[in-house]
Design a protein around this ligand. Sequence first.
Ligand SMILES: C[S@@+](CC[C@H](N)C(=O)[O-])C[C@H]1O[C@@H](n2cnc3c(N)ncnc32)[C@H](O)[C@@H]1O
Length: 218
Amino acid sequence: MTAATEMTDYYARRAQEYEAIYAKPERQADLAALRVRLPELLAGRHVYEVACGTGYWTQFVAQKAASVFATDYNEEVLAVARTKTAPPGRVTFARGDAFAPPPAPVACDGALAAFWWSHVRRGAQTAAFVSAFFARTAPGARFLFLDNRYVAGSSTPLARTDAEGNTYQLRRLNDGTTHEVLKNFPDEAELRAALAPHAARIEWEASDYYWLVWGERS
Ligand SMILES: C[S@@+](CC[C@H](N)C(=O)[O-])C[C@H]1O[C@@H](n2cnc3c(N)ncnc32)[C@H](O)[C@@H]1O
């Protein structure tokens, strides 16, 4: 595992309140569509999930996948994820670093990372994550990345931008602590460029609040 960072610490502290983000009223129609779309795109596949968090998307994907190997850096969120219901024997949770993902128990022909891309620095760190991600899947595997679009009035405002173009938000937790969290909002062209070295097919689907990029590994 790489050393814990401000961001890993933030998500460990946020574990119990994390899913409030899925209760925002204005996002419900988009989320309902995604709860159908993700399982559909990964149906019948052995899925490697990176940064699964509290297992919010894992629980829906597991309804149609052959299996899900769901990993996260933080044990605190995995403890919440393990309380969720899935068809017996279909989901395995494990600690895992997105930059050095552990081997899955089965060969994976599907891969998922939800709301993780935005937390990776632009440039070399994104390239390292994407390479590590695809290294855990077979050629032809279906991949899927889901993340936020920036929507003024709904998204947390951006507090600053660094020299490499990474953007940051200040987020407050129920325990009163405030955390500066890296949160990027890549556009379609940036995503396609990062995925092109690894992908035989890339599809982009945007809704009001989210973007979804999926395709097949080369
Ligand atoms: C925004 S949450 C997404 C959780 C989940 N995928 C979802 O969509 O609800 C980001 C997750 O990344 C995890 N995380 C942070 N650093 C990580 C790392 N280096 N490797 C794997 N997971 C990491 C955090 O613990 C947190 O659960």
